[in-house]
Design a protein. Structure first.
Length: 327
């Protein structure tokens, strides 16, 4: 059967249509689920235990899931759109990304309700997997009637690209210049920070009015509002407050053994640990964690500042796990 011809207007008509309305979480936010989640991801934060426990923010979607039996109030709009794309030859699907926004902590006993809509359908896009359309759904989540967060989920419905026939391996092309790291955005508010990095100094802003330290750099104090400030130099000592391990297709500028990826024990050519580092001075900053395999990084590990030379023009502050700290 020949594929059905679709217009973008037909697909765009699905934007704003609900995929669920007044959905209700099958369980209240509860301590056992929080404990299982924390054990699965290795998160030992005390914030998720005890009488005043909250749920990890990244569990936001977990409380809306219908399990194997699903939700009875699910709308047919998403299935209808998916079937329409199937009929046009876009028979494959892959999840591409999700975004979450947190508005209030969730606590044991909260009753979760949610509404979900098809937020957008893209025009036809060509990818390495094949041509297709990106579909984004948005779920607005409430706890006891109060907005708690938003979850966006995006998939690609596509027609698989034809695989090229196998041929003899062509001669290797001349080696290309090494890919360069993306440049940081430097403006009048953070130029002093990057000047410090070039001099191998990690500078923290300090309000000259109330003496509160702040990071990242801002044009004014977020405690008292004063625009006047000076800097203090960080000692370089810190601990891992939180972290994620990034995995994505190989990108020459982020290869294993190259700077922050060095010693990361990455499973792919672009796997590395990104940490939220709590400095000894009390502020936190995001940077790479180096000197240890990605799967060995743990919250609370002691780290020490060092500077990584990405190329002849760019140096970056990174944090190396202190020997013995991984035990």
């Amino acid at each position: 059967m020949s594929p059905v011809q679709l217009t973008y207007e037909q697909l765009k008509a699905y934007e704003g249509r609900p995929t669920s309305a007044a959905g209700v979480g099958k369980d209240l936010v509860n301590e056992p689920m929080i404990r299982h989640w924390c054990e699965a991801v290795g998160d030992t934060s005390p914030a998720y235990r005890g009488a005043d426990a909250i749920a990890p923010p990244t569990m936001l979607q977990a409380w809306t899931m219908g399990g194997l039996s699903g939700h009875a109030d699910r709308s047919g709009a998403y299935d209808e759109l998916s079937g329409l794309l199937d009929s046009a030859g876009y028979t494959s699907i892959v999840a591409t990304d999700c975004e979450q926004e947190y508005l209030r902590p969730l606590r044991p006993g909260d009753r979760i309700t949610f509404d979900s809509v098809i937020e957008s359908v893209s025009e036809r896009k060509t990818t390495k997997l094949g041509a297709g359309h990106f579909i984004t759904t948005r779920m607005d989540i409430h706890a006891d009637g109060v907005p708690a967060g938003t979850h966006r989920f995006r998939v690609l419905k596509y027609a698989p690209a034809a695989r090229p026939a196998k041929t003899e391996e062509p001669p290797k092309a001349p080696q290309q210049p090494r890919a360069r790291r993306p440049r940081p955005v430097i403006n009048r508010d953070n130029a002093g920070f990057w000047e410090g990095v070039r001099a191998h100094r990690l500078l923290i802003q300090r309000c000259t009015g109330c003496r509160v330290l702040r990071f990242p750099w801002l044009p004014g104090c977020n405690a008292c509002g004063s625009p006047e400030w000076d800097t203090v130099e960080a000692s370089g000592a810190g601990t891992v407050f939180s972290y994620v391990v990034m995995h994505h297709p190989p990108f020459p500028a982020f290869s294993v053994g190259d700077g922050p990826g060095e010693g990361a024990g990455a499973a792919t050519a672009a796997s590395y640990a990104v940490g939220l580092i709590e400095l000894a001075e009390g502020v936190r900053m995001v940077s790479n964690i180096v000197g240890i395999p990605c799967d060995k990084v743990r919250i609370g590990m002691p780290v020490r500042l060092e500077f990584f030379c990405a190329d002849e023009e760019l140096e970056l502050p990174v944090f190396r796990v202190i020997e013995g700290g991984e035990g």
